[in-house]
Design a binder for this molecule. Structure first.
Ligand SMILES: [Zn+2]
Length: 204
């Protein structure tokens, strides 16, 4: 496997200006959903969250918001928060600072947010220094792996429930690719963590 479910401490140390988790005494978890909205899955995710009175944060791609306005409005209406995830889902490593920033601004023209998450988690030190002036850059400490077609929904469930601690930020995907695993894992994760006494909060 080419990635870890749990973010290594060294990476957190190298990028101290980015937010990897929230130290908390409270039993609360920050669920995040990247890459949406989608006509196919956003509303389903919202229903699952509602069943547990859970709030979450959706890192939306500007281009998808333009084509799924109703789903985007539902996210806001249900009391969740949204973050900028670029307009075209750009990988920061493959783009100059200028074209990367331009794409983030284009997403900002579609909807406003002070939160940003880099697609693929890829961000140069220079890009991060510029972006922290305008955004809180939200990373994660637990990866569900729902994008990985070699995993099962059960694997994703285990990755999350075995790795979260108070204040963890967990990544899922609101995408067609991740859906087969998300549909299995998310309801079970919400149930298990609720049973353990966790609440779910949006990043604001
Ligand atoms: Zn993404």
């Amino acid at each position: 496997m080419s990635y870890l479910y749990k973010t290594p401490r060294l990476l957190k140390w190298y990028y101290p200006d980015l937010i990897w988790d929230y130290t908390s005494e409270e039993k609360c978890i920050y669920l995040t959903f990247d890459d949406g909205p989608t006509k196919e899955h956003t509303n389903w995710i919202l229903e699952q969250l509602e069943d547990y009175n859970a709030k979450a944060t959706f890192f939306c791609v500007g281009n998808n918001v333009e084509s799924c306005r109703d789903e985007f409005d539902n996210i806001i209406k249900k009391g969740h928060t949204v973050g900028n995830h670029t307009f075209n889902h750009l990988n920061g490593r493959n783009h100059s600072l200028l074209s990367y920033i331009r794409d983030i601004r284009k997403c900002g023209d579609v909807f406003k947010s002070k939160l940003f998450r880099p697609p693929h988690g890829r961000l140069s030190k220079k890009q991060s220094m510029v972006l922290t002036k305008d955004f809180q850059i939200i990373m994660w400490d637990v990866l569900s792996g729902d994008f990985d077609t070699n995993l099962s929904g059960e694997d994703c469930y285990n990755a999350v429930v075995n790795n979260v601690v108070n204040g963890s930020i967990v990544v899922f995907h609101d995408s067609i690719k991740a859906a087969p695993r998300l549909k299995v894992a998310l309801p079970k994760i919400l149930k298990e963590l609720s049973d353990r006494g966790y609440t779910f909060k949006a990043i604001s």
